[in-house]
Design a binder for this molecule. Structure first.
Ligand SMILES: *[C@@H]1O[C@H](CO)[C@@H](O)[C@H](O)[C@H]1NC(C)=O
Length: 361
């Protein structure tokens, strides 16, 4: 039980009901210090309002009580330091994270951007989520991440709705490796109705079960990606659905990459009714030859790709791009239909396509 014990606390919190704290207690964290965070964290409605997070500190919203709502209001910013982050960390069960109208969570990435992404200056990751039990993240406006945006690890029964990630400024100012959603070791995660404008994968699923990416827009990054799979502690992707997304002006449209020489598995992956346009390298790329961030040209079969549905994929690639590249060693039971991509040229070195799958390069 927590009782009002100091004047300081009463200025921070607006108690709807007298002590002890009940379900309706609302507490606000504002200003440029996290000193009251441990108290505010106990409230069932937490408002983060115009907060400036001190350098090298995490806005630590971990271990929240089940049923807590976190609302971001106004502008949230972060003071500069070279460190790995995360800038924000949220964990708990049945947690609601929402963005109030007009709010922005501004990473002010330009302070860190040097065009080198994972290398160069040490850049903080942005938002770490360990959310379970029907948690929801809704309507956040994220701007100018220094590095990767959402780390979704060990999450289950989580829905992310209508989040906007706007890192347009990074195009000319050296933003790099600004992945939108990195998913690992998670189950039953739905990401829908989001808009991502960045300089790396819109979503990258490295491992997980029943992950759905629905009705999203991906601009100017590297597209929708399963992988790279292999070489981590969890190397199984079982059940990924990417449906009704639009990938625009991106390096790739839809991609699966597995690591050369590694073991693991990719199964039950479904790309359905996605549109691609303005694609610069590959419309669809599935490769089993990935190593240290590069394609090597030699696929290995330790991470088999089974039960892959590619259905109703339409759109176009740029003139210098390839429509479809497939370079795999251990693929089976693929079903491709309605893949209709125009522009660019065909990739001549495809190999490993399962017979009777309907897949062509
Ligand atoms: C294909 O994957 C299976 C596991 O599903 C594995 O046993 C086999 O060795 C792999 N084949 C190759 C050529 O790597």
């Amino acid at each position: 039980m927590v009782f009002i014990s100091s004047l300081l606390l009463s200025t921070l919190c607006t108690f709807v009901v007298a002590s002890p704290l009940s379900k309706r207690d609302s507490c606000t964290l504002s200003g440029s210090s996290l000193s009251s965070l441990s108290t505010v964290k106990k409230c069932s409605s937490i408002i983060i309002k115009d907060l400036s997070v001190p350098a090298g500190q995490t806005l630590d919203l971990t271990g929240l009580t089940s049923g807590t709502t976190v609302t971001f209001e106004g502008t949230t910013t972060f003071q500069y330091k070279e460190w790995a982050g995360p800038l924000i960390s949220i964990s708990g069960s049945k947690i609601n994270v929402v963005g109030a109208s007009g709010h922005v969570i501004d990473g002010q990435g330009a302070k860190w951007w040097d065009g080198l992404g994972d290398k160069g200056k040490v850049k903080p990751k942005f938002v770490k989520l360990v959310l379970t039990g029907k948690s929801e993240v809704t309507g956040l406006n994220i701007k100018n991440a220094p590095h990767q945006v959402f780390s979704i690890n060990k999450c289950s029964d989580l829905t992310i709705n209508g989040v906007t990630i706007d890192i347009k400024d990074g195009d000319s100012a050296g933003g790099h490796n600004t992945d939108g959603f990195d998913v690992g070791s998670s189950t039953n995660v739905v990401i829908q109705g989001c808009t991502v404008y960045n300089q790396d994968d819109c979503i990258a699923v490295n491992s997980g079960t029943t992950i759905k990416f629905l009705n999203n827009y991906c601009y100017n990054g590297h597209g929708i990606s399963v992988g790279s799979v292999g070489g981590r502690s969890d190397n199984t992707v079982n059940g990924f659905w990417a449906e009704n997304n639009h990938v625009l002006n991106s390096a790739n449209g839809l991609r699966i990459k597995t690591v050369k020489g590694a073991t693991g598995s990719v199964s039950n992956v479904n790309f359905i009714s996605n549109k691609i346009s303005g694609i610069k390298s590959y419309g669809i790329v599935i490769e089993g030859d990935y190593l240290n961030g590069k394609t090597t040209g030699t696929a290995t079969g330790g991470v088999p790709i089974k039960n892959l549905v590619m259905k109703d994929i339409t759109g176009s690639v740029n003139s210098a791009a390839k429509r479809v590249k497939i370079l795999v060693k251990n693929a089976s039971n693929w079903k491709w239909s309605g893949v209709s991509i125009s522009g660019g040229s065909s990739y001549s070195g495809c190999s490993g396509i399962p017979t009777g799958s309907g897949a062509t390069c």
